[in-house]
Design a protein around this ligand. Structure first.
Ligand code: CMP
Length: 136
């Protein structure tokens, strides 16, 4: 069924000039962009977004990194968009991510893994409401 998912091109992706590559792959897969914005996150937004990781030892590092520069937040729509985007993105650890996936092709470090994608339709709803409140 038709779904929406939140994708972030993280600050490493923006600084390395890989926004077009990420957005292009989502588009060529057939997903439709319904929102897209370049922005630098407030710390409070980053902490809410990554709230499920608040107790993890890497939480501070994760938040520091995601607020370190501009990122691109976007909402993509299509059939099973959450799973489709996660397939394009690849595994969290870029060394384990399949070559051909974005992380598999363009990242090496788990903390700077280029892109984020919602991990379930429930997370997608929460994340889309956080980044794009009022999106119809
Ligand atoms: P992301 O999909 O944005 O969701 C949570 C993020 O936490 C994940 O990608 C990684 O970038 C980051 N992360 C997960 N494990 C670690 C770790 N061991 N050290 C640093 N960052 C991590």
């Amino acid at each position: 069924s038709v779904e929406r998912t939140l994708v972030l091109v993280k600050p490493d992706g923006v600084s390395r000039g890989l926004v077009g590559e990420v957005v292009g792959r989502l588009e060529r897969k057939g997903l439709t962009l319904v929102a897209l914005e370049l922005r630098t996150l407030q710390r409070s937004v980053a902490e809410t977004h990554y709230g499920e990781h608040a107790a993890k030892p890497f939480f501070g590092e994760l938040v520091d990194f995601i607020v370190s520069g501009p990122l691109v937040a976007l909402v993509a729509e299509g059939p099973r968009a959450v799973e489709a985007a996660r397939g394009l993105i690849g595994a969290t650890d870029p060394v384990k991510a399949t070559p051909g996936s974005l992380r598999g092709d363009y990242a090496l470090e788990i903390g700077q893994n280029l892109v984020h994608g919602s991990d379930s339709p429930e997370s997608a709803k929460r994340e889309i409401d956080l980044f794009f409140p009022g999106l119809s």
